[in-house]
Design a protein. Structure first.
Length: 570
C-alpha cells in the first residue's frame, strides 16, 4: 500500500507555530546568516552566529491528531553543524514524559546528531504506538566549549505508511584486481523498517549490456552475489538495488567501479645527474608485483610508434632526435600480452644531430672537402675527430663553430664501396650517425682528361691548359713540388683551367704529379719534364745554354714573388 501524505510544515515559507523554549530560547525562525546561508528561511539555533554555550533549548512541533493513521511517520529535512561536545536529538512524549526517538536510519552517535551533515539531509521518525496526540520536539544541548553554526529545520512532513526505502551499506566491495580467473564477490547489508524483499546486483562493462543478478540472503542483513571473471583492461561498473516492496534504494547513487588489469613496472628512471648530451641512455625500473609471470618488457617512447623489447631491466634506449624523450614501460605476461604501462619518465637529455654532410659521397681514390653541419655536436678545433671507417683518412679538419666543420678526406683506391657510418667525436662524446656517407667505385671518379701541353723542358716555361670531367668550383691552388713553379695567373672556367708552369734547369726528368685544389676536391695532373739538350754548333753564333735558361728562371721566380693574392702578376 502506498504511503499517504497527511500534513506538510514548509518552514521556508512560514514558522507554522513551532514553539521555542529552553535556557536561552535560541531557536528562531529566520534566514540564517551562518550555516545554510542563502537557502531560505528555517527554524534554527541563533541564526546570526554560532550556537550559544552551556544550554539546553527546545523547539516543539504542534502535530495534528494521529487518529486513524495506521503508521504515522514524520520526515524531517534539516541541517546541522555542531561543535565538539554538542548534540541534537528528537524527543517524543506519549504522556509518560519526554524520551529520545531514533530515526529509522539511525543517527551518527547513540546520543543523537553530532558533527556536521554537510548540507540539508532527511531523516524519518516512526510515531507508531505513541498514541493519538504525542508531543514532538527538537532538543539542542550545548556544553561550555566549542560552538558550531548550529541546527536548522526547513521542512516536516507527516505521512501514513512506509515512507523510507531500505538502508544499504557495503560489506565486501570489489576493488581493482589482477585476478583474471574470478569471480569477484560482492556483499551488502540491507535493512528496512518494514523488511527487505529483494536485492539485485546490477553490473556492466564499457559498451556492454546491463546485467542484473539476484543477490542471495546470508546471515543477518547480508546479501551476496558475484561478478564473473573479466579480461585485462576491463572496467566494471556496478550498483545494488534494494526493495521493501514499496520503495527502492539504489546504492551507491552513482555506480561504483573496479578495474581488472595486469600490473605495470614501477620506479621507472632515466640517467642520474644534470643535463646530458647523448644518443642513448640507460632506462631502469622495478619489476611489477603480479601473480602472473612476466616474460619480457616493452619500452615505449612518446610520439614514436615502434617499441623496444627487452628481457629484463635495465635497457639501453636509443634517443631519437626531435622526439620527446619521455619513456614508459609495460610488462608482457606471455600469452596474456602486455599489462599496464608505467608512469612516464622524461629524460633531461640533448640528442645530437648530423643535419647535413656535403658531399655525402666520394669515389675510390678521390680527395674531397666535406662540410658537416649539425646540432648539439659541440665541436672544438684540435679536439674533434672524424671517422668514416676503413680506407678513408682525414687529412685535415677545420672547426667553424660548435656545430659545423670542414674536413678534407682521402678515400683509398681500395676502400670498400657502399654506405658508411659517420662518427663525430666532439668535446662531449663520440656520436655515430648511420649510413650518412657512401663510397662509389673509382672508375667513376672525377679526373683530368686532357693536359695541353703535357710536358715542359728543364729550364723552360709553358702555359698549360687542363680539362676535367667536372667543373672547377674556383681557380685552384696548385702544388708542384720543388722542381716546378707555377707562374702567372691561374684561371678556371667551367671544366677548364690554365696556368703557367716553369721547370728549373735541374728539374728531375720524368713524370711530375701536380695537385689542383679548388676547395671542393683535389685533382692530379701528370706533367712530363724532359731533359734540356744543347743543339749542335753549326756556326760561331752564340747558343743559349743552361746558364741562359737559369737566368730566365730567376726572372720567373722574381715575377712569382710579385704575384697578388688573386694570381695576377703585379
Amino acid at each position: 500500500m502506498l504511503p499517504l501524505l497527511i500534513t506538510v510544515f514548509d518552514l521556508s515559507a512560514s514558522d507554522h507555530g513551532l514553539v521555542s523554549a529552553g535556557d536561552t530560547a535560541q531557536w528562531e525562525w529566520a534566514d540564517p546568516g551562518v550555516g545554510p546561508v542563502g537557502l531560505g528561511h528555517a527554524w534554527g539555533t541563533n541564526p546570526d552566529g554560532p550556537t550559544l554555550h552551556d544550554t539546553v533549548d527546545t523547539l516543539e512541533v504542534p502535530l495534528p491528531s494521529l487518529v486513524g493513521l495506521d503508521r504515522p511517520v514524520v520526515k524531517v529535512r534539516h541541517f546541522y553543524d555542531l561543535g565538539l561536545g554538542d548534540v541534537g536529538r528528537v524527543e517524543v512524549d506519549d504522556g509518560s514524559g519526554w524520551t529520545m526517538l531514533q530515526p529509522l536510519s539511525g543517527t551518527p552517535d547513540p546520543a543523537g546528531f553530532v558533527g556536521a551533515s554537510n548540507g540539508y539531509v532527511e531523516h524519518a521518525f516512526d510515531l507508531s504506538g505513541l498514541g493519538s496526540d504525542p508531543g514532538f520536539r527538537f532538543v539542542f544541548q550545548a556544553d561550555t566549549l566549542l560552538a558550531g553554526d548550529g541546527w536548522y529545520v526547513q521542512r516536516l512532513e507527516l505521512w501514513d505508511g512506509d515512507v523510507v526505502g531500505p538502508e544499504v551499506t557495503g560489506l565486501v566491495i570489489p576493488e581493482d584486481t589482477q585476478d583474471l580467473v574470478g569471480p569477484y564477490p560482492l556483499s551488502v547489508a540491507a535493512t528496512d523498517d518494514v523488511g527487505v524483499t529483494e536485492v539485485t546486483l546490477r553490473w556492466s562493462t564499457e559498451g556492454g549490456p546491463l546485467v542484473e543478478v539476484p543477490m542471495v540472503p546470508g546471515s543477518g542483513a547480508e546479501w551476496r552475489a558475484a561478478i564473473p571473471a573479466q579480461s585485462k583492461n576491463t572496467v566494471v561498473s556496478w550498483s545494488v538495488l534494494a526493495s521493501d516492496g514499496t520503495h527502492h534504494t539504489l546504492w551507491p547513487e552513482v555506480d561504483d567501479t573496479f578495474r581488472v588489469y595486469l600490473a605495470a613496472p614501477t620506479n621507472v628512471a632515466g640517467p642520474d645527474g644534470p643535463h646530458q648530451v647523448a644518443q642513448s641512455a640507460l632506462l631502469d625500473w622495478t619489476e611489477p608485483d603480479s601473480p602472473e609471470e612476466v616474460t619480457h618488457y616493452q619500452v615505449f617512447q612518446a610520439g614514436v610508434v615502434s617499441t623496444m623489447l627487452v628481457s629484463a631491466p635495465p635497457a639501453t634506449v636509443t634517443l631519437l632526435p626531435g622526439a620527446e624523450q619521455t619513456f614508459s614501460v609495460a610488462a608482457v605476461y606471455g600469452k596474456l600480452g602486455p599489462g599496464d604501462r608505467s608512469e612516464p619518465v622524461t629524460m633531461d637529455v640533448e640528442v645530437p644531430q648530423l643535419l647535413s654532410m656535403i658531399p655525402s659521397r666520394a669515389h675510390q681514390g678521390e680527395s674531397v672537402y666535406v662540410r658537416l653541419e649539425g646540432q648539439s655536436l659541440y665541436l672544438q678545433q684540435g679536439r674533434t675527430r672524424l671517422n668514416l671507417g676503413p680506407g678513408i683518412s682525414v687529412a685535415s679538419l677545420d672547426v667553424y663553430n660548435a656545430h659545423a666543420a670542414v674536413a678534407r678526406i682521402d678515400v683509398g683506391a681500395n676502400a670498400a664501396t657502399g654506405s658508411r657510418d659517420v662518427e663525430v667525436d666532439g668535446t662531449r662524446a663520440p656520436f655515430e650517425f648511420s649510413n650518412r656517407f657512401e663510397v662509389l667505385p673509382g672508375d667513376q671518379a672525377p679526373s683530368i682528361v686532357e693536359v695541353t701541353p703535357a710536358s715542359v723542358t728543364q729550364g723552360q716555361q709553358v702555359e698549360i691548359s687542363v680539362v676535367s670531367t667536372v667543373d672547377f668550383a674556383a681557380a685552384p691552388t696548385i702544388s708542384t713540388g720543388d722542381d716546378l713553379l707555377v707562374s702567372g695567373r691561374i684561371q678556371a672556367l667551367g671544366e677548364r683551367a690554365s696556368f703557367g708552369l716553369a721547370a728549373s734547369s735541374t728539374a728531375r726528368v720524368g713524370t711530375h704529379s701536380l695537385v689542383l685544389d679548388d676547395g671542393r676536391r683535389r685533382l692530379v695532373v701528370d706533367v712530363e719534364v724532359t731533359e734540356f739538350k744543347v743543339p749542335p754548333r753549326s756556326s760561331c753564333a752564340t747558343v743559349p745554354g743552361p746558364a741562359g735558361v737559369l737566368s730566365w728562371l730567376l726572372v720567373a721566380l722574381l715575377l712569382r714573388g710579385r704575384e697578388t693574392d688573386d694570381g695576377d702578376v703585379a
